[in-house]
Ligand binder design. Structure first.
Ligand SMILES: [Zn+2]
Length: 329
């Protein structure tokens, strides 16, 4: 079993090497998902490269995550691309832009190629495409969704031979899905051309809310190696067994069909007191379902990130360590 943890918040290589990396190894991790935000890209690339090098020297793999880049991936990091490219935002039916880059915008694709170059230069083993999604704040069946920008409207008309309808027709739903899949296909090809592996991690939705309904379309992307999902049952206030069970079975089945490695994420942030043991039970569900890789978000139960901190982060981290070491015995 591969076991990983996300790492962010510290950009002092000595601290990582002397304190946190040994702690991560002691907790049974075989890989680290290093976040690489726009801020990191501009200001911390050399430091991060030292940390990725240390990760490799310790025998662990390094995944690199476009954390919050363009506002379209998972993560709390801010985007500078957005204020610098006001015409590349996703746009609602009434023309209101939302602070997320349009996945079809040529400027954003170009920016992401720059990001991929930098991520590969860090020494990435895997580029971790973290929850890429479209905007739909209150469900799909109203106009509070994207994307009706000029680029998307032109692409729709070129494909379907008519203006994009204002209601959610099957063609509009298909176009939304193709927007996400097309973007990921482009990005995965860029990474493969540079000789690295790709992971796509989907949000736990399969109703098209954020673009993707048919996971097979994602699994079939050329150059994809790993398919993951983030069924954060406490965060989404879902029944653990049913929610995790559904998505782990789905990710394992689809991954097997397409020769991919399946990955499941554990919610190791905002864990309430007394519910830490649920992490063990969730890992058991995933393990029994045949998942290839389990990862936790994030390091030390997000002790140091105030907005995501678990109530007892040290207990969360202890449980993660016990679970990961058990899985790798
Ligand atoms: Zn658009």
């Amino acid at each position: 079993m591969k076991t990983g943890v996300s790492y962010f918040g510290n950009r002092i290589p000595e601290h990582f090497v002397d304190r946190d990396l040994p702690d991560i190894i002691a907790h049974g991790c075989t890989y680290i998902v290093h976040t690489f935000s726009e801020n990191d890209l501009q200001h911390y690339a050399t430091s991060l490269k030292s940390m990725v090098t240390a990760t490799h020297e310790a025998g662990l793999e390094a995944y690199i995550d476009p954390w919050g880049v363009g506002g379209v991936f998972g993560g709390e990091a801010y985007s500078e691309f957005l204020p610098n490219n006001l015409d590349a935002w996703q746009t609602k039916l009434d023309g209101t832009p939302v602070p997320m880059a349009c996945l079809n915008a040529p400027m954003f694709r170009e920016f992401m190629r720059t990001w991929v170059d930098a991520a590969v230069e860090l020494g990435a083993d895997v580029i971790f495409w973290d929850e890429p999604h479209l905007y739909a704040s209150s469900g799909l069946n109203n106009s509070d969704r994207t994307c009706f920008c000029v680029v998307c409207k032109e692409l729709f008309e070129a494909k379907y031979g008519k203006p994009m309808p204002t209601t959610l027709t099957s063609e509009v739903a298909e176009f939304r899905e193709d927007t996400v899949v097309g973007f990921l296909s482009d990005m995965c090809a860029e990474v493969k051309a540079r000789g690295q592996r790709n992971a796509v991690c989907l949000m736990p939705f399969d109703d098209g809310t954020h673009g993707v309904t048919d996971w097979v379309k994602v699994a079939a992307i050329n150059g994809l190696d790993i398919l993951g999902v983030t069924p954060f049952w406490q965060f989404f206030k879902q029944d653990r067994d049913a929610f995790v069970g559904h998505f782990v079975e789905k990710v394992v089945a689809v991954s097997k069909d397409y020769g991919l490695e399946s990955q499941l994420w554990l919610q190791a942030f905002l864990v309430p007191t007394g519910e830490e043991a649920e992490l063990v039970l969730t890992a058991e569900i995933a393990s029994k379902a045949g998942v290839d890789s389990i990862a936790a978000w994030g390091f030390r139960g997000c002790d140091y990130m105030s907005s995501l901190r678990s109530e007892r982060p040290e207990e969360v981290w202890r449980v993660i360590g016990e679970t990961f070491r058990g899985l790798n015995q």
